[in-house]
Design a protein around this ligand. Sequence first.
Ligand code: HEC
Ligand code: HEC
Ligand code: HEC
Ligand code: HEC
Ligand code: HEC
Length: 497
Amino acid sequence: MLPFAPAMRLCPTLATALSLTLLGCGSEPVVQPTAALDREALLDPTACAACHPNHYAEWSGSMHAYAADDPVFLAMNARGQRETGGALGSFCVKCHAPLAVRLGLTTDGSNLAQLPQKLKGVTCFFCHSVDEVGGAHDAPLRLATDGVLRGEIADPLGDAAHASTYSPLHDRDRAASATLCGSCHDIVTPGGAHLERTYEEWQASVFAQQSKGLACGQCHMDGRDDVASTVSGSPARRVHAHDFPGVDVALSPFARSAEQAALVQAQLDTRTLQAALCVKQVPGGAAIEVVLDNVGAGHGFPSGATQDRRAWVEVRAWAGATLVYQSGVVPDDQPVAGLADPDLWLVRDCIFDAAGKQVTTFWTTTSYESNQLPAAVTSDASDPAFYRTHVAWTYPRRPTGAATTPTIAEPDRVTMRVRMRPIDHEVLGELVATGDLDPAVAARVRTFDLASTVLEWTPAAATIHYQDGADLVDCVSRGLPGGRSATPAPTHTRCGP
Ligand code: HEC
Ligand code: HEC
Ligand code: HEC
Ligand code: HEC
Ligand code: HEC
């Protein structure tokens, strides 16, 4: 028994679930724990639910809980193991089922279906036991063996279920906490490509700066005032959301799918991009300019599995009832890459194998090319680097080799929106073709529209007017001061859309 074990009030069923001894169960049941959760029990997220029901419910709907059940993960890992003759080994599962690997229960993820659920995914015990981070990628995390759970609370209530201690790795107010998240959210492939770079991107951003920085948890674990446990006597504290919305959503039936999708949508709608939409009068007609700024993500947009993500801009222009121009109009059931649209602004990473061939198999990747929207590097508007994140794209594009840029008929209405797919049909279609993925799962690809980028331009709605050389420019915008100081968007040179 741990010191300072408090008397607790619990219902008998909970007491049974926790193997506690009931001291009195009349009108005033008082429950006195007899023993701390042993190591076996500590491994099981459901054992935490009794005292941390909100943390458990939120985590259950997170991609961390889903990481080893994700059918796309299972399909990619199975294909990777087969196509490398097993050489991939524990590379994938060491992040997607880290406890199972450390307990020696899986070496390649092929037996995940036979393992107890409590060992799958990125679990409570795993995160809360980390006591040292040994590097910046591929999960070099050391787990404490003392059974003490680490968190940000410096004065945890004496508690009978487990010992607790403060850890800067688990305190979103400390930059050190980004190393815990970052070590998994940063992948170097067996072939040496720095394929997923969320942590590296964050480190180079304004958000990693000492004085005014924001660690991952500041944006991904919203705080609220509540109790950290339901054990009586738990004081009011700042507690932190555990649903970890990013951009990805479960494609198979999963706890709290609807809540997860709503959180992702809200984050994309209000916390990610700002946009401006401009029409420029040029000799012979008009041109359209779109400016995007990744103001909200503490890393590139999209980040992480950017090779599977597709973010693109849809633009449509009318003169009266006539559609005079469009780009990025993609039917929901079609891959973006299938579009015959030379003007398309598509943001993604392309990945290549050792022979220079473009692939979707990230375990064979040795190099990549990215045109991500960068993260902010300064909040000082007088610094020229400030405008590096104002990224612009002009429509129509000048075809390669052409001497002049085409123009469009002058529009009286133009609309735009940024659309995003966490994973595209093209990537899932390959896994279906190799027999690794159920086509019903692949059919659930989701397309999000980012509300902050849904803009409609008309001459009357334009609020920003300026002159670019001899050309007049009129813009509508959400938050952005127009295209004047924008940087042309990076384009791919080694891959098409
Ligand atoms: C019988 C109740 C009970 C159970 C079961 C329980 N906890 Fe706790 N836990 C507490 C109490 C009480 C606190 C202290 C709350 C406070 O001080 O506000 C706490 C605190 C914590 C903290 C914060 C530690 C710190 O110092 O920041 C973490 C992390 C934590 N628990 C994780 C877990 C995990 C993971 C499980 C499941 C393996 C679990 N708990 C199971 C009661 C419990
Ligand atoms: C991906 C890693 C990760 C996982 C998985 C995780 N946590 Fe946490 N948890 C954290 C971090 C980081 C904090 C500290 C947040 C802060 O204050 O900076 C935290 C804080 C807590 C706290 C302290 C109170 C609070 O809300 O700040 C409790 C209790 C807790 N977690 C319980 C759990 C339980 C129970 C589970 C599983 C159901 C779980 N955690 C899963 C990372 C994780
Ligand atoms: C043990 C490795 C590991 C650690 C530590 C970890 N994560 Fe994750 N995280 C993952 C994996 C694996 C997934 C994706 C699972 C999937 O989609 O199959 C994920 C998913 C996510 C997502 C959702 C991504 C999306 O595309 O929607 C967010 C956001 C996230 N993690 C944030 C964090 C934060 C913040 C921390 C630190 C508090 C953290 N993670 C710590 C492995 C980890
Ligand atoms: C300033 C706020 C902020 C900070 C700091 C931040 N993020 Fe994010 N993150 C976001 C927003 C907003 C999104 C959604 C837009 C996007 O996809 O980039 C996001 C998306 C993600 C995703 C989904 C992947 C994707 O395609 O973009 C992951 C994973 C993630 N963040 C992990 C992290 C990790 C790990 C850190 C710390 C190293 C971190 N984030 C720091 C705001 C932040
Ligand atoms: C260093 C830790 C790490 C390793 C190694 C790793 N993953 Fe992941 N995986 C993650 C994280 C973190 C995410 C969330 C990425 C994001 O949203 O940015 C993720 C997301 C995913 C996803 C869902 C997102 C998507 O669309 O791709 C799949 C599928 C996946 N991983 C498959 C694999 C496979 C297969 C391997 C091995 C070839 C692997 N992972 C190796 C950490 C890892």
